[in-house]
Design a protein around this ligand. Structure first.
Ligand code: ARG
Length: 498
């Protein structure tokens, strides 16, 4: 075997330089270097415990792997050379050090197919935990802001036209609820990701007495991907992780879009902290929401990644195909983009200045309480919804034409218009109309579950606090399990290392 042939090419001989550089995943494998080494260590511990390789050789291999890992952790292990990927690189380094007789035992009962599937699951698992953590932090930021702004009046929009009056806290809780579902998706996806494919070998398993469950246990997995064909072929856990990230980002992007609109001079409902805004190179007055715009654009990027991943997978034959290599960096990119977006949005929400006065002024000038007026007529003047809708529509048209708002509506005008539009004489208790004319009183009239009413908002907040705590506890439990299995892993490793 010549050096240029490497450790795999006894049949094929030296590989064409250009072909190797086209094919190699060495650069993107930096991300899984440590996972790859640890996966190898667990594999070797199992091979030794099952007496598939002698303890003396296992010890030498584990020592060499530990040395490589430490170097990698210090950032001193440069992934370079004529290698197809990190798997060939690590094995070649081992053989270089220990010779083929000993170093050549590392890959016993294993294929790069189950190995790479393992590495991806290990890496994705960590990235999902980071995403989970950051999503909870944004959830906490939204909840705290909602508590601070509990009765801050706001207009809720549909079609970006003023719809109903309510509270800013209600808006914030709506996004918190989105996010809580995102966290549930991440948690479910974590469960399906956290299964070990190792021991599937190339596709159909091994004639060696490998203990797949032991490797899974050593690496903190909740069991194995049992069917060996499934173990090497499947990437649906990754599709799920990217989908969860894409759905989450779609929600974040809508918050970003709201804040971009609300921070414009025309709306002026909120103000970004200066430290999170960008200037213009030429217009000295500018304060641009570039961070939020980038979040919006990066959402598009993640959607692109999801499309690329689904497309990459849909047509490949069952089993391992090299196409799968192309999917790896897409996973890291999507999950990291989503985590950093969560982080920056949490900061933005916590430091956001809410312009209460402006919000109140807009609410007071709004025709939004028209629906409450119609419902009042249903309750107190015995009108059908359709009659009330017709009457209030006509009232709003008249007020609008004369440059007035709902506050200016009088009982006389109401009964005069009812006479004209419905051919009925109606009246309302004076104090009810008065209540409707005060913007801050309107949300207090609401009776339904989940609505913008102060009691409902308080109840929703209390409940969300409990849900957030529960989701934080389940994250901590997952982390505790991983730490515990890490402890056992080190125990088993040290037992062989002596
Ligand atoms: N570099 C490959 C990847 O990232 C590793 C698996 C190669 N397997 C094979 N049979 N060629 O997917």
């Amino acid at each position: 075997m010549s050096e240029r042939e490497g450790i795999y090419r006894s049949r094929l001989g030296e590989m064409d330089e250009e072909a190797l550089s086209y094919l190699s995943s060495l650069a993107e494998d930096r991300e899984i270097l440590i996972d790859d080494i640890e996966g190898s260590e667990a594999h070797v511990i199992m091979l030794c415990e099952r007496k598939i390789i002698p303890e003396r050789d296992a010890k030498l291999i584990l020592e060499a792997l530990e040395e490589l890992k430490e170097k990698a952790m210090r950032g001193e292990l440069r992934l370079e050379g004529r290698f197809e990927d990190v798997h060939e690189f690590v094995e070649a380094k081992l053989i270089e050090k220990l010779g083929t007789e000993v170093g050549g035992k590392l890959h016993t009962g294993r294929s790069r197919n189950d190995q790479v599937a393992l590495d991806i699951r290990l890496r994705t698992r960590k990235l999902l935990l980071e995403l989970w953590e950051e999503a909870l932090k944004l959830g906490e930021a939204l909840l705290s802001k909602a508590e601070e702004e509990l009765e801050t009046l706001a207009i809720h929009y549909t079609h970006l036209q003023q719809a109903q009056l309510g509270y800013l806290s209600h808006y914030l809780i709506s996004h918190l609820d989105h996010l809580l579902r995102d966290v549930e998706r991440i948690r479910e996806c974590y469960k399906r990701t956290n299964k070990s494919p190792l021991g599937a070998c190339a596709i159909a398993g091994s004639t060696l007495p490998l203990d797949r469950l032991r490797v899974a246990e050593l690496l903190g997995f909740d069991g194995i991907v049992e069917n060996s064909i499934d173990a090497v072929s499947s990437r649906d856990f990754a599709l799920e992780a990217i989908s969860a990230a894409a759905i989450l980002m779609t929600n974040l992007s809508r918050i970003a879009e709201d804040l971009i609109i609300w921070s414009s001079s025309e709306f002026d409902y909120v103000e970004l902290p200066d430290s999170l805004a960008s200037p213009s190179s030429v217009m000295p007055h500018k304060k641009n929401p570039c961070i939020l715009e980038l979040l919006r654009a990066r959402t598009g990027r993640i959607i692109g990644i999801l499309t690329a991943s689904l497309t990459m997978l849909k047509g490949i034959p069952t089993g391992y195909d090299r196409d799968l290599q192309e999917g790896k960096p897409l996973i890291w990119e999507a999950l990291k983009l989503a985590s950093s977006s969560l982080k920056i949005l949490a900061k933005t929400i916590s430091r956001l200045k809410i312009k209460k006065e402006k919000l109140l002024k807009s609410a007071e000038e709004s025709y939004a309480p028209a629906i409450e007026l119609a419902e009042t007529l249903i309750k107190h003047a015995n009108l059908s919804l359709r009659e009330a809708h017709k009457l209030v529509g006509a009232l709003v048209r008249n007020l609008h034409q004369s440059g007035k708002t709902l506050k200016d509506l009088t009982l006389e005008e109401l009964s005069k218009t009812a006479e004209k539009i419905l051919g009925k004489s109606i009246t309302l208790p004076e104090e009810i109309l008065e209540k409707l004319s005060k913007a801050e009183e309107v949300p207090k009239l609401r009776l339904t579950i989940g609505s913008s009413s102060p009691e409902e908002i308080r109840r929703q907040l209390d409940e969300r606090r409990l849900i957030l705590n529960r989701l934080r506890r389940s994250l901590e439990e997952v982390r505790k399990d991983l730490l515990e299995s890490r402890r056992k892993f080190e125990e088993s490793l040290n037992k062989i290392l002596g």
